[in-house]
Design a protein around this ligand. Structure first.
Ligand SMILES: Nc1ncnc2c1ncn2[C@@H]1O[C@H](COP(=O)(O)OP(=O)(O)OP(=O)(O)O)[C@@H](O)[C@H]1O
Length: 590
């Protein structure tokens, strides 16, 4: 670990984006240029933190090495002050983690994490002073999200500086122990804040709400509401943590942790119940009749730009794959399978301004729909292919030969001489994705580091690798630049919303195991094998559930209220359904 103050000429970190703005400056997500380690770079303006105070608190920060405390790796001097190089919390804050319902077992694990980190600090005589969900970050380790306390030292420093300036109390009134309003703080004040967080995690809201003045009065005088009888086993723990008088509270997190550990065996059975958030959601179904049946699965449903529509009245035919053939869906909802049979099954369809590009497993084709397609590039082995959104380049990776081929597409039907690059022999590539007009990423899995994203630019220059820690698959692009949906391999009911700039993984706990995901203008759609379709709005609140046909292979939104759903089952083979969302009981205005 590299700890100490360093003068930096050129930063060792490549900035991946702004994470947020704190009282003392900005926080960026960065990646080490050589090692690929992800870090948070927290800038602290010199004028707001005097050097002596900063150095004192730095010592406190560096002395706290614990898996549940955000590690500080180094301090660097830069033009506009100093910056701390911190362990990066890829899962965001506990506040953002709480957006999606938490299973009771998960609440318990996170509570243990917070208490363990805090107990370690309290044993060294260090108080945090501002424990709140915004100061608890999530990292993914050994198959689960782990809570880590951030801002140790800094939080206390903020308090002291503001008292010195006579600026009155700082902190977050919703989590402040009664004595904190009189400028007293001790480990017991941190315990109180954990009590509020645990209450909020269990109940879904804090014990007291309102303006700072209302909150102050409530913390000082109001009784804490009782927990639901189903979780009353935790009532004594919560009540003791939320005692008004510090002397009656757990003196430090050590004692509260011991009590929670004592309860753990009794809790484990009760807390293993599944997520309760979606349990009331009924999946309404309607008589669904297929608009098409055929011997091949239909997939990759894409609209063809209206300029290219052959019909004079500008009817949009929809393109889709039908094994190794293209198919169109006409306005009459009739599926027409094109005659041309390509070399291998289709893995992607890319409608362009002047025609269409189609990636099969062994070639990239292009053509002017509905004329015949011609091959632009061929691979002798199956390749994973990605095409840039602007159709200016395409990349293919062959796992067998560990070779990457990048081709620039100058004009329709014309490609530059391909550039070839070898990939590491042990790289198991799962997917190749076009990140933006200038970059692509190779998705691979490593048993030690989970999913790795290897970034390259369109000049075939390797840039960096990000180790995500978590094992993700099926990256699906969203409407947002640099953002994907992906499935968590080890938690089949979990979807991860992955943002790249800055790196951020937001977890969504569903009550289905999705096999298909879609980002629609009004929200997100997830479908499972059995045909359950879950619709969420942009804030991840459920809009409703549909019981669709089983064996879904592709979904597209035909217009604001019609979904096209393709299925494949042995007995019924490839079918296409058109579901009208207006016929279902959904919390949505059409
Ligand atoms: N180590 C980190 N990893 C990931 N994100 C971080 C890290 N440290 C801070 N952040 C994020 O950066 C943003 C700003 O954080 P910062 O701690 O500076 O301010 P704050 O906690 O929002 O406010 P305050 O200054 O009052 O503490 C927050 O969204 C925070 O979650």
């Amino acid at each position: 670990m590299n700890i100490g103050i360093r003068n930096q000429q050129r930063s060792s970190y490549r900035l991946l984006g702004l994470v947020g703005n704190g009282q003392f400056g900005r926080v960026y997500c960065g990646v080490h240029r050589k090692t690929g380690q992800l870090v948070a770079l927290k800038y602290l303006q010199r004028h707001s933190l005097p050097t002596h105070a900063f150095l004192r608190e730095l010592r406190c920060l560096l002395s706290l090495a614990h898996p549940n405390i955000v590690a500080c790796y180094a301090v660097e001097h830069c033009r506009d002050g100093r910056r701390l190089v911190l362990e990066y919390g890829t899962g965001g804050t506990l506040r953002s983690h709480m957006l999606s319902p938490l299973k009771l077992g998960e609440i318990l694990k996170l509570s243990f994490d917070i208490l363990r980190g805090l107990a370690h600090a309290h044993q060294q005589g260090i108080v945090h002073c501002d424990i709140k969900p915004e100061n608890i970050l999530l990292g993914y380790h050994q198959g689960r999200w782990r809570a880590k306390i951030s801002d140790f030292g800094i939080a206390k420093l903020i308090q002291e500086q503001s008292y010195r300036r006579g600026a009155g109390q700082t902190g977050s009134p919703a989590y402040m122990a009664p004595e904190r309003f009189f400028r007293q703080y001790s480990p017991a004040a941190d315990v109180y804040a954990v009590g509020v967080i645990l209450f909020e995690l269990l109940v879904g809201q804090r014990p007291f709400r309102g303006t700072p003045a209302v909150l102050q009065s409530a913390h000082l005088h109001q009784k804490v509401p009782h927990l639901d009888p189903s979780i009353e086993i935790l009532q004594p723990l919560i009540s003791k943590a939320l005692e008004k008088l510090p002397a009656r509270r757990y003196p430090t997190a050590v004692e509260m942790l011991a009590d929670l550990e004592h309860l753990a065996p009794a809790l484990s059975a009760e807390f293993c119940s599944p997520s309760y958030h979606f349990s009331s959601l009924a999946y309404s179904s309607h008589g669904q009749a297929a608009v098409h049946s055929g011997p091949q699965p239909l997939g990759h449903i894409q609209p063809l730009p209206s300029e290219l529509s052959p019909a004079a009245d500008k009817v949009h035919p929809w393109l889709m794959s039908h094994g190794s053939q293209l198919a169109t869906l006409e306005e009459s909802r009739r599926v027409h399978v094109c005659q041309q049979v390509l070399d291998s099954p289709i893995q992607g369809i890319y409608p362009t301004k002047t025609g269409v590009m189609v990636a099969t497993h062994r070639a990239l084709w292009c053509g002017l729909y509905p004329k015949l397609l011609t091959p632009l590039m061929r691979w002798s082995e199956p390749a994973l292919i990605a095409v840039d959104q602007n159709h200016r380049w395409a990349v293919g990776v062959v796992n067998q030969t560990k070779q990457l081929t990048l081709t620039h597409l100058r004009k329709p039907n014309q490609v530059d001489h391909p550039i070839r690059r070898p990939l590491p022999p042990d790289l198991a590539v799962h997917q190749v994705i076009a990140v933006d007009g200038g970059h692509f990423a190779i998705v691979s899995q490593s048993p030690q580091n989970g999913t790795q994203l290897q970034f390259w630019n369109r000049r075939s220059l390797y840039l960096t690798t990000l180790d995500l820690g978590i094992t993700l698959c099926q990256f699906t692009s969203t409407r947002q630049r640099h953002q994907w949906l992906a499935l968590d391999r080890h938690a089949p009911e979990t979807v991860i919303l992955l943002g790249l700039k800055p790196l951020r993984m937001t977890r969504l706990n569903l009550d289905i195991c999705p096999v298909l995901m879609l980002d629609l203008p009004w929200g997100y759609l997830f479908a499972d094998k059995a045909g359950k379709i879950l619709l969420l709005d942009r804030d991840f609140h459920p809009i409703g559930g549909i019981q669709g046909p089983a064996g879904i292979t592709a979904i597209a939104s035909l217009n604001s209220h019609d979904l096209l759903v393709a299925t494949w089952q042995k007995d019924t083979q490839g079918q296409l359904y058109c579901l009208n969302l207006q016929e279902y009981d959904l919390d949505m205005i059409f």
